[in-house]
Design a protein around this ligand. Structure first.
Ligand code: HAM
Length: 442
């Protein structure tokens, strides 16, 4: 027996149908917001990920050398690849460019529920439209995407890294110290942060300035009243007033898109190094430790590609597997697989007739099947019933002679004799009616 690698999963057909329905809902949202899909390689040059984040990132990556001695890495996310693609092939397209992707990502992490070594991200990137209007679109898009999947309870927090970064620079926190404390801020470990700042001789007054930013966590309404106070407090620090005004303006645009039930959280630090402005995260408390289902914001990656022209970009990625877990915790269940028609041919000639009918039906988009092992009646039917057929068609010698088939409707158990020449049409008509009924129920 060979096990699957740690942190990876196999997906049953039922699980995949569930995931497919969720993915379709996301694709519909992308369509109505005019975002279009890109696809990039599963592995990239290692340098794509180390240039911005430094060699330390390698610990979290699946890296390997190929036969040409090139250093490669399985992608841990898709933003860097999206920007690589943008700078190499897409930058002449009209801007803003709106793209989305769904792909597997690989991170060498300690696996647990909701944290895998192979997982899927569904993400979107908006290139060439930052500022409040672009930012509001990205946040609204993430918000509507999660709603479309049927997630009932989630909380979206939005902040702006310019505040935290400018305050840190103002109070003399070095880049090195910043790299050390950002994860503490990210985890909300304010006690650990205080200890570290004391150890580094950052005085109390300066520390308070930083805490007044990172401890700000409130709904949009209260933030609107608090904003002036915060501006006053940070008035000596360049860029802070603009950042606060931008948050307020973004909230205004979010309100117009019915996506403003969010929290302003100025303590969001984000784990990846390329973020520069607005940032946001979405949590589902019911998921426990791995509760973050989405993260994103404004970022800068031009320097990775030695591009002089910076292009404003923002985006997000939904942790697809985590949302699926959340939906299941919420009570959404896998639906059993179904087919429209199951054929039970009782002779070789009946088998020929069944194959002919099945081909016509399949061409019309009607799903059908039969027992390829050609078992006797009871095992044959038992096998067919696993697929929950709407109709079961019995064709035997006698029926063939009379030019009829017997069609049983599973839900009513009613059996009807249908002339062989009409049966395909008969089934199509009924299956189409069923689809229309389902559509009107939805
Ligand atoms: P991220 O926060 O690193 O951001 O990942 C996005 C989401 O992927 C997380 O919120 C989480 O739900 C999911 N995720 C991350 N690691 C795992 C894992 N090991 N197992 C299961 N799910 C996981 C990014 O990757 C950015 N590229 C997002 C972005 C796009 N920013 C701008 N554009």
């Amino acid at each position: 027996m060979i096990d699957r690698p740690r942190g990876t999963r196999d997906f049953t057909p039922e699980a995949n149908e569930f995931r497919y329905a969720a993915e379709l809902a996301l694709r519909e949202v992308m369509d109505v917001f005019n975002y279009h899909e890109i696809r990039t390689p599963t592995f990239e040059h290692l340098e794509l990920f180390t240039r911005k984040s430094g060699a330390d990132i390698v610990k979290q990556l699946y890296t390997f050398k190929d036969k040409g001695d090139r250093d490669l890495a399985m992608r841990p996310e898709l933003t860097a690849a999206s920007m690589r693609f943008y700078f190499s092939d897409l930058k002449m397209r009209p801007k803003p460019l709106k793209i989305f992707y769904m792909g597997n990502c690989f991170r060498y992490e300690r696996p647990q529920e909701g944290r895998y070594r192979e997982f899927w991200q569904f993400g979107a990137e908006l290139i060439g439209a930052t500022g409040p209007l672009g930012n509001a679109e990205i946040v609204a898009l993430a918000y509507k995407s999660l709603l479309s999947m049927g997630l009932d309870e989630f909380s979206l927090r939005m902040g702006d890294l310019r505040l935290m970064n400018n305050v840190m620079a103002h109070i003399g926190i070095s880049e090195e110290l910043k790299a050390y404390i950002k994860p503490l801020i990210d985890k909300g470990n304010l006690e650990g942060l205080r200890e570290k700042l004391l150890e580094e001789n950052i005085d109390e007054e300066k520390m308070q300035l930083l805490f007044s930013v990172i401890a700000t966590k409130m709904a949009v309404g209260p933030f609107m009243s608090y904003a002036n106070d915060l501006k006053e407090r940070l008035s000596d620090i360049e860029g802070c007033e603009q950042a606060i005004d931008d948050i307020l303006q973004t909230c205004q645009y979010l309100k117009m898109q019915d996506a403003d039930e969010i929290t302003i959280d100025l303590g969001i630090a984000r784990g990846l190094d390329y973020y520069v402005g607005m940032v946001f995260e979405v949590d589902v408390e019911a998921l426990g430790a791995e509760k973050q289902v989405c993260g994103g914001g404004e970022y800068s990656l031009a320097s990775v590609f030695d591009e002089k022209d910076e292009v404003g970009a923002s985006g997000f990625a939904i942790g697809f597997d985590r949302v699926i877990l959340a939906l299941q915790k919420q009570g959404m269940e896998y639906l059993p697989t179904t087919i429209d028609v199951y054929y039970v041919p009782l002779s070789e000639e009946a088998l020929y007739e069944s194959l002919l009918q099945m081909d016509e039906l399949r061409t019309e988009g009607i799903s059908c099947d039969l027992d390829l092992q050609r078992r006797g009646m009871s095992k044959n039917l038992k096998y067919g019933n696993h697929s929950n057929p709407t109709f079961i068609v019995f064709i035997g010698e006698d029926e063939l002679k009379k030019g009829i088939v017997n069609v049983k409707e599973s839900s009513t158990r009613e059996q009807t004799e249908v002339p062989i020449k009409e049966v395909v049409e008969w089934i199509i008509e009924r299956c189409m009616c069923d689809d229309e009924d389902m559509d009107s129920e939805e």
